[in-house]
Design a protein around this ligand. Structure first.
Ligand SMILES: [Cu+2]
Length: 74
């Protein structure tokens, strides 16, 4: 029997996004990580909802990717 990997969802609050370009930057850096199923970044809510495969990526990588792009995770 083959088990499908269980996806997990994490929401991160982000500080420093001011426009659609910021949303795109954050979305892009997160999508470049391995094991990402979907990324939904909201400027209005200042957050990112990330669906990922915990076998392929460590959630700590989300924070450093966002910070490397110049934003803060709060
Ligand atoms: Cu911007």
């Amino acid at each position: 029997m083959k088990l499908v990997n269980e996806m997990e969802t994490q929401t991160l609050n982000i500080k420093g996004m001011t426009c659609g370009g910021c949303v795109k930057s954050v979305t892009n850096v997160l999508q470049q990580l391995p094991g990402i199923s979907s990324v939904n970044v909201s400027l209005e809510q200042n957050n990112a909802v990330i669906k990922y495969d915990p076998a392929k990526v460590n959630p700590a990588q989300f924070k450093s990717a966002i910070e490397d792009a110049g934003y803060d995770v709060v």
